[in-house]
Design a protein around this ligand. Structure first.
Ligand code: CUA
Length: 317
């Protein structure tokens, strides 16, 4: 294309989003024509002073009212369903997706791969794989914007947000922060590098051979003393955490929640909020004692030792 109106469509979701967008433009254009062409025509036809037949016409009111109510209703409900389907597809992460963590902080994007690779402002992914990204912020609200993937997601401090994509063509794409987040907001720019599977495997092999994310998490789990209470201590009664990830947790309040990333995060930072059934709250908050990346490491460890574990690529002991 010589006159690119849109960024490249680098994922299937991008194409779906664009179809919807063009669909909305097409229908809006038709409605606009139906309204404006007669207006302009009548402006000239019935201009003051012009000779025109101005005797009132008797039209059948009910059929006209019904027609212009029913047809647009179907069109707009149809648009809603179409949009809802695209939205649903974007929200529902496929279970086989590989997990990558992204932490936004003033003013950079820090990326953690499960194998232990860390990147700043660069995100390497294989082509044709479902990629699930957990977004967290270390400080203020950022926005994770991948124009070629049609993804723009606020990254809000204090919570995890999940997005996913499947890159369908190899290449280098832009990553922006699209929420004003302070002095160097405009420098919070990165790249997504989509590689053929073999090249990606190569890249992984060449990287640092440090700990996997889950191994780093396991170390923190011991260093911070989590294991002391949660792994069968007889002194302190604390709910066991290994094998918990993905399972339902009955709470003292009578609610039942799923032990997912968000639940674990809240339990570490705000332990008083959701108390597991049958326990009292004896745990100190770790707010301010660990950062977002360490938190994600601990969660990666608990995920790797979880009940169901479809997302973890690396085998952990
Ligand atoms: Cu981060 Cu703007």
């Amino acid at each position: 294309m010589t006159f690119p109106l849109f960024p490249t469509e680098a994922s299937d979701a991008a194409a779906q989003t664009d179809y919807l967008y063009w669909g909305l433009i097409a229908i809006s254009s038709v409605v606009m024509l139906i309204v404006f062409v007669p207006i302009i025509y009548f402006i000239f036809k019935y201009r003051r002073g012009k000779r025109a037949d101005r005797t009132p016409v008797n039209l059948p009111e009910l059929p006209i009212e019904l027609t212009w109510t029913i047809i647009p209703t179907f069109i707009f409900v149809g648009l809603f369903l179409w949009g809802a389907k695209v939205f649903w597809n974007n929200q529902r992460v496929p279970p086989d997706a590989m997990q990558i963590n992204v932490v936004g902080k003033q003013w950079m994007w820090k990326i953690q791969h499960p194998e232990g690779h860390r990147e700043i402002n660069e995100l390497h992914v294989p082509v044709g794989r479902n990629i699930r990204i957990t977004l967290a912020s270390q400080d203020v609200i950022h926005s994770f914007f991948l124009p070629e993937f049609r993804i723009k997601q606020d990254v809000v401090p204090g919570r995890y947000t999940t997005i996913w994509f499947n890159a369908r063509r190899v290449g280098t794409y832009r990553l922006f922060c699209s929420e004003y987040c302070g002095t160097h907001h405009s420098a919070m720019i990165g790249r997504v590098i989509v590689m053929p599977p073999a090249a990606y495997a190569n890249w992984l092999a060449q990287g640092q051979h440090g700990n996997t994310l889950a191994q780093s998490g396991e170390r923190l789990y011991r260093e911070l003393g989590c294991s002391g209470c949660h792994d069968g201590s007889t002194v302190v009664r604390a709910p066991p955490l290994l094998g918990l990830f993905g399972k339902p947790v009955p709470l003292n309040s009578g609610e039942v929640v799923i032990a997912d990333e968000a639940y674990l995060r809240d339990s570490i930072l705000l332990p008083a909020r959701q108390i597991a059934g049958g326990y009292t709250n004896d745990m100190p908050s770790f707010e301010g004692r660990i950062n977002e990346e360490q938190l994600l490491e601990i969660i990666a460890y608990l995920r790797s030792r979880g009940a169901t574990n479809p997302e973890e690529r690396t085998a952990n002991p």
